[in-house]
Design a protein around this ligand. Structure first.
Ligand SMILES: [Fe+2]
Length: 508
C-alpha cells in the first residue's frame, strides 16, 4: 500500500501539470477545474469533473455529446484497475461529469482519473465509509470569498486528507469585482482594514452563464483542487451560492428584484451549483420552479452525519437585518416559522430517534447557540436566534439522543459552545456541543462586536473571528475532538497553519 504522503506527492505533481487558466482558445486541456468525489457510502460515491478548456468563458467546449473515459483503481499509481468505463456528457450540463460508483468495499481508499483523447485529469481519492470503524476524521469548512484571501487553509486540508470534508456553504460569493489593494471599512476604533488580493470575474452574478463562470473561477484555485482530490466531500449551500440572506423564494432585496426574477436567478444558481459539485442529484426543474435535494444522512464510523438545508425551505427573516444583531421581538418566537421546513424537520427527528450511532451530528449553516450582543438584548436574526421555537423543538428532540454535535459555519467566526435544553438557560441540562468553523478566506468585519460580547455568553467556550481557517474533527467511540486550525497570514498562499484551540468532549 502506498502511503498518503506519496499519494499527495503524485497528486501535487499532476496538479502542477495542469495548464494555467486563461490561455484562451489555443489551450485545449479540458481538466482545468480538477476532479472531486462526494457523497461517500460504504459501497461507493460520486465522482466529478467538468470539461472546460476555457473555463472563465463558458467552458470552451463545442456543443454536443462527448464521451469521457474514467478508471477506478485500488492504488494511487493507477495500475490495479477495478473499473474502466465511459460516461457521456454534453453542453446541457456544461460538460460536467457525475459518475455514481457502486459495489466497492467499505472503509477503503480508491483512486480515480478521467480521460478525453490524449488528455488525463489529475488523480483523486475516494474513501468509502465504514459504519464499523472505531474512528473518523472530518474537516469542517465554509465561506471562501475569493477576493479577500488565498486558500491556504485548503492546502492544509489536502495534506491532512480526512475521511470527508463537510462544507456547510458560501462556496462562492455572488458579488462583483472589487478594486485590488488595501481597503478600509467602518471608522474609528472599529474600522477594519483589509486587502483585496485577487478579483472576481465581472459584476454581480445573476444568470446561468455568470454562475457557471464564477464557480469555474473559484475551482481554478490549486489548493481548493487539491482538497477536492484528496478526500470525498459533503456539500450544502448557504446563502451566497444564490444571493445574500435569501430565504425560500425571497431575495435579500425584494424591492430590487421581483419574485419572478428571483425564481429565474435561483434556478440558474441551483443548476450551476449541481454542475460543479460531487453530488448525486441534479435540481428538479419544472418551468421556472427548481428544487435541489441537498439534505441527507451519512454514517462514518461512530458518527452519523445529518447535513441540513436551511435556505431552501426557510421562513423569511424577521425583526430586521441590523448587524450583527437586532433587538429581540415577539415574531422570532413564532412556532410557525422554520429554518428547514416541516418535511425536513420531520425527517431529521425520525433519523435522530432511530440512530444507534455513538455520535449524532447535525451539520448545517448558521450558529445554533444563542448569542447575545453586548449592546443589549440583540440577536442575529439570520441565525437560529431568529427561529427560537424550532430551535427549542430540535433541542428537546436531541435530549436523549446519544452525543449530539452541531456543526456550523456562515458567521466567519470560530466558536465552541454548549447547547442547553432551554437554550437561554445555562442551568438547564446540556444537550449538545456546537462547533462553528471560521471562514476559509471571508472577512469577519463584525469580529470586535463578537469578541466584546463573549463575557455575556458564558456557554461559549471559544470564539475567534480574527483568523481564517477550518476545523479538524476527530471522532472516536467516546470522544469528539475539534481542533481549530488558523492561517497565520491569509494574504500569503504559502502561510503556515497551526491549531489555535482544541476541544475534547470527554473533558467537558
Ligand atoms: Fe459567508
Amino acid at each position: 500500500m502506498i502511503s498518503r504522503r506519496r499519494f499527495l506527492q503524485t497528486s501535487s505533481a499532476l496538479l502542477a501539470l495542469t495548464p494555467v487558466i486563461g490561455n484562451g482558445a489555443n489551450n485545449r486541456y479540458p481538466f482545468t477545474l480538477g476532479v472531486a468525489s462526494g457523497s461517500p457510502s460504504d459501497s461507493g460515491g460520486i465522482l466529478w469533473t467538468r470539461l472546460a478548456p476555457d473555463p472563465l468563458r463558458g467552458g470552451g467546449m463545442p456543443a454536443g455529446r462527448v464521451e469521457v473515459r474514467y478508471r477506478v483503481c485500488r492504488d494511487q499509481a493507477m495500475r490495479s484497475t477495478l473499473i474502466d468505463d465511459v460516461v457521456v456528457t454534453s453542453d446541457d450540463k456544461v460538460h460536467s461529469v457525475h459518475v455514481a460508483l457502486q459495489g466497492l468495499e467499505a472503509g477503503r481508499d480508491y483512486w480515480y482519473q478521467f480521460y478525453v483523447g490524449e488528455d488525463e485529469s489529475p488523480v483523486g481519492r475516494l474513501r468509502t465509509t465504514d459504519p464499523r470503524a472505531a474512528s473518523a476524521r472530518f474537516a469542517l469548512a465554509s465561506c471562501q470569498a475569493w477576493e479577500t484571501g488565498y486558500y491556504t487553509a485548503w492546502r492544509d486540508v489536502a495534506e491532512w486528507a480526512p475521511d470527508c470534508v463537510i462544507h456547510v456553504g458560501d462556496y462562492i460569493y455572488e458579488g462583483g469585482a472589487s478594486a485590488l489593494g488595501r481597503h478600509r471599512r467602518g471608522s474609528g476604533e472599529t474600522a477594519l482594514e483589509y486587502e483585496v488580493v485577487r478579483q472576481h470575474n465581472g459584476g454581480e452574478i445573476t444568470t446561468l452563464w455568470d454562475y457557471r463562470n464564477r464557480h469555474a473561477l473559484y475551482r481554478s484555485d490549486p489548493h481548493l483542487q487539491a482538497a477536492h482530490a484528496a478526500s470525498p466531500w459533503l456539500v450544502a449551500m448557504d446563502d451566497h451560492e444564490v444571493d445574500n440572506n435569501w430565504a425560500g423564494l425571497i431575495p435579500q432585496d425584494p424591492w430590487a428584484q421581483t419574485e419572478q426574477e428571483f425564481r429565474i436567478r435561483r434556478l440558474a444558481a441551483f443548476k450551476a451549483w449541481y454542475e460543479h459539485m460531487p453530488v448525486a442529484q441534479p435540481p428538479v426543474i419544472q418551468g421556472l420552479e427548481s428544487r435541489l435535494q441537498m439534505y441527507g444522512a451519512w454514517r462514518f464510523g461512530p458518527a452519523q452525519v445529518h447535513l441540513l438545508d436551511t435556505r431552501q425551505y426557510r421562513s423569511d427573516q424577521v425583526c430586521g437585518d441590523g448587524f450583527p444583531g437586532e433587538p429581540a421581538c415577539a415574531r422570532r418566537d413564532d412556532p410557525g416559522r422554520s429554518m428547514t421546513g416541516d418535511e425536513q424537520e420531520k425527517w431529521l427527528l425520525q433519523q435522530l430517534v432511530r440512530s444507534e450511532a455513538p455520535f449524532n451530528v447535525i451539520a448545517q449553516q448558521t450558529w445554533m447557540t444563542p448569542y447575545r450582543y453586548a449592546s443589549g438584548d440583540r440577536y442575529n436574526m439570520d441565525q437560529w436566534d431568529g427561529y427560537t421555537a424550532q430551535r427549542r423543538r430540535l433541542l428537546e428532540a436531541m435530549h436523549g439522543v446519544r452525543n449530539p454535535v452541531v456543526l456550523s459555519g456562515d458567521w466567519h467566526c470560530a466558536q465552541a459552545s454548549s447547547l442547553h435544553l432551554d437554550p437561554e438557560d445555562r442551568s438547564s441540562p446540556r444537550v449538545a456541543f456546537e462547533f462553528a468553523s471560521t471562514s476559509i478566506s471571508s472577512l469577519c468585519s463584525w469580529q470586535d462586536r463578537v469578541h466584546e460580547a463573549a463575557p455575556d455568553n458564558p456557554h461559549v467556550t471559544y470564539v475567534n473571528g480574527r483568523q481564517r481557517g477550518y476545523t479538524r474533527c476527530t471522532v472516536g467511540l467516546d470522544n469528539w475532538c475539534s481542533e481549530f486550525r488558523v492561517v497565520d497570514d491569509p494574504l500569503s498562499a504559502s502561510s503556515p497553519l497551526r491549531t489555535d484551540f482544541e476541544f475534547n468532549t470527554r473533558d467537558a
